[in-house]
Write a protein that binds this ligand. Structure first.
Ligand SMILES: [Zn+2]
Length: 375
């Protein structure tokens, strides 16, 4: 089967040849040769894997190292085989870690399918499929057809026949049946582009959001960090294509929504519950601070938060001019709800000293009066 990358490269190659017609360009010629030889190399490797019998040692290398294995059956070719192995080292506590490691070694992502209860001496049987076999399969999603229409299309659902069955017996011996036959590439950059985001990557992205970045600025920062971590260009491009290391643009948008929902309650009424919780916990940690909060209930009852921190209280107490001269600095358009932030300061030889902070949802005179009075 030809991958979309191969087809796309061929399309590009054809275009280049067309442009260079009558006036050969040596750089393009060598580029075309390079692509041609790479495709031939891949095809030769595939032919070799299709014809060579599966090797026991090579198969064991695809399994995570920490367990002892006994192969009870193994037949087929290197590119497609059926295997059954037993291990006394897998239990319900650690088989999920095993599956993650197996996915990392074989460059695949497994999806949990059917779970069957006690029968045939096993108390748990769980079926896993390849992520390139999504449930909503239809002939219109046939990858060959889609690639025929658009050679650069990203095709995930190939109705991949791969299957892994994890069977845990009452005698504490786990049997793993693997029908290892993928109908798509697993060793190319295109294949790694469909992998799941790793926990480590999600944490890194969350840290960028915590520092105040938006999805697009976080992506720029993430890319620049990745580039500086990579020793050379090839490693960078390899990692950039791997979705588990470098999330796609829409992943950043999705993670930003998730992050907002988890940390700030999302965009619905839940965010006011989270706000109340945060203000309460701030008050608990800083009993000297004074906080007043009016929760938004429509235009007639705007959001007003008036906050005086312990430092601000000290300035009010110790700096006499705080009773004579107050500067107000107003800011807005800083986040998605467009809240207005008013910072109150007074002058001092050391610079501006803070006196209070008011956050509101509008800039009406009545709202501001209410906010300033609450300080
Ligand atoms: Zn597959």
């Amino acid at each position: 089967m030809m991958s979309s990358t191969q087809l796309s490269l061929q399309a590009k190659e054809a275009k280049h040849v067309g442009v260079a017609e009558g006036r050969p360009d040596p750089a393009r010629e060598s580029y075309a040769d390079l692509i041609r030889s790479s495709i031939e190399e891949m095809n030769d490797l595939k032919k070799l894997q299709d014809s060579s019998e599966v090797d026991e040692k090579a198969f064991l290398e695809t399994l995570p190292e920490d367990c002892r294995y006994k192969i009870t059956s193994l037949r087929g070719t290197s590119s497609g085989f059926d295997a059954s192995v037993e291990t006394p080292d897998l239990t319900t506590d650690n088989y999920n870690d095993w599956l993650l490691e197996y996915g990392a070694i074989t460059n695949t992502c497994l999806r949990k399918g059917t779970v069957k209860g006690e029968s045939s001496g096993f108390f748990l049987r769980t079926y896993y499929r390849c992520q390139h076999n999504t449930r909503q399969w239809s002939p219109s999603k046939d990858p060959q057809r889609r690639l025929g229409i658009d050679p650069t299309a990203r095709v995930k659902n190939t109705n991949c026949p791969f299957q892994l069955v994890m069977k845990i017996s009452k005698e504490n011996v786990t049997t793993i049946d693997i029908h290892s036959q993928h109908n798509h590439s697993v060793g190319t950059l295109e294949a790694s582009n469909f992998k799941d985001l790793s926990e480590e990557t999600i944490d890194k992205v969350y840290k960028l959001f915590e520092s105040g970045l938006t999805p697009s600025t976080a992506r720029q920062q993430f890319l620049s960090d990745l580039k500086s971590d990579c020793m050379d260009e090839i490693t960078f491009h390899r990692q950039k294509a791997d979705r588990s290391i470098m999330p796609r643009k829409r992943d950043f948008n999705y993670l930003y929504e998730q992050f907002g929902r988890e940390r700030y309650g999302g965009k619905d009424s839940q965010m006011f519950v989270k706000l109340k919780e945060r203000l309460d916990s701030y008050k608990e940690e800083n009993p000297e601070a004074s906080i007043k909060c009016q929760i938004y209930e429509g235009d007639s009852k705007p959001l007003i938060i008036a906050l005086v921190t312990p430092l601000m209280k000290r300035v009010r107490r110790e700096v006499p001019q705080s009773a004579e001269l107050v500067f107000v600095d107003a800011t807005s358009n800083t986040e998605e709800h467009n809240l207005k932030v008013f910072m109150l300061c007074t002058y001092h030889v050391a610079g501006a000293l803070p006196l209070g902070i008011v956050i509101t949802s509008d800039e009406k005179e009545s709202t501001l009066c209410e906010g300033f009075q609450a300080l």
